[in-house]
Design a binder for this molecule. Structure first.
Ligand SMILES: NC(=O)c1ccc[n+]([C@@H]2O[C@H](COP(=O)([O-])OP(=O)(O)OC[C@H]3O[C@@H](n4cnc5c(N)ncnc54)[C@H](OP(=O)(O)O)[C@@H]3O)[C@@H](O)[C@H]2O)c1
Length: 246
């Protein structure tokens, strides 16, 4: 007989879970006995993720940048115990400010800030009184890497939204995880430079490696499960933003 997990029987929506970090978060909740729904823009990719997850999950195809899809997602939603927002616009907006078009800047914000806040707004009537909401932001918001101004600004906007949402939606708890470099398909556009980039990141990270999706999933389950934590942006980055002593 298996021991019931902390999340057994609870309803969890993971938005943006057809691969990478969202998929791993969905797996961790489902392995703990939660009833998990995962979303993404492709039914085919979602079905493949459900197969890899290896526990029963429900899939729902919805583009978080389209209001009609978001409305459909929540039209028949049950009471939700935990909402995790993992969508992003990928690398859109990466580059030096001098090279960025207005369109790329807007798309970067649309794919992350507007998508995540739009979903949360639509979910509000469905959140249980003890629900948790966890945004997946990014450590770029508090770093100073040249060429990441748009990503940093978008993720910084999400960081800034956490405290006011935590008081506005209380007793619902609202937190965020700010991942460092995590080994997922997000980095595939780097092509043949990807392995070298990961090796260089590992070498300059205090813990000596890049992150894996399970590092972020563990942090999300902590924030979702700890009823006394709200308004927090939790860095999970292997220490990359620490200043070394001289
Ligand atoms: N990987 C890293 O190093 C890293 C570092 C810091 C922060 N993060 C953040 O962590 C989160 C997850 O990133 P990831 O690395 O797993 O890769 P990702 O490529 O950003 O994955 C995002 C997930 O969201 C889905 N998605 C993307 N746009 C969507 C939309 N408009 N509507 C619905 N679903 C959408 C994707 O599936 P479909 O393409 O099938 O729709 C995928 O399942 C993102 O917010 C990212 O910014 C990642």
């Amino acid at each position: 007989m298996t021991t019931p997990g902390k999340f057994t029987g609870q309803t969890v929506y993971v938005i943006g879970a057809s691969h990478g970090i969202g998929e791993e978060i969905a797996r961790a909740f489902a392995a703990d006995g939660a009833q998990v729904l995962i979303t993404g823009r492709s039914k085919e990719r979602l079905d493949a993720a459900a197969e890899r997850i290896g526990h029963p999950v429900t899939v729902f195809e919805a583009d978080a940048t389209r209001q009609a899809d978001v409305d459909a997602l929540f039209a028949a939603a049950p009471e939700i115990d935990h909402l995790v927002l993992a969508v992003s616009g990928g690398m859109t907006g990466l580059g030096a400010l001098a090279d960025l078009t207005d369109e790329a800047l807007r798309e970067g914000f649309e794919g992350k800030v507007f998508a995540q806040l739009r979903i949360l707004k639509a979910a509000l009537p469905h959140l249980s009184a003890t629900a948790s909401v966890t945004f997946i932001g990014a450590g770029s918001s508090r770093a100073a890497f040249p060429g990441t101004v748009a990503l940093a600004a978008a993720n910084g906007a999400l960081d800034a939204a956490v405290p006011p949402l935590a008081t506005e939606l209380a007793p619902v708890r609202v937190n965020a995880v700010a991942p460092g470099v995590i080994d997922t398909a997000w980095w595939h556009p780097l092509g043949e430079n990807r392995d070298g980039f990961m090796a260089q990141q590992a070498a300059t990270t205090p813990v000596g490696r890049v992150g894996q999706p399970h590092d972020i999933a563990e942090a999300v389950l902590f924030l979702a499960g700890n009823g006394f934590t709200t308004g927090v942006v939790l860095d999970v980055n292997g220490g990359t933003t620490l200043a070394a002593g001289k």
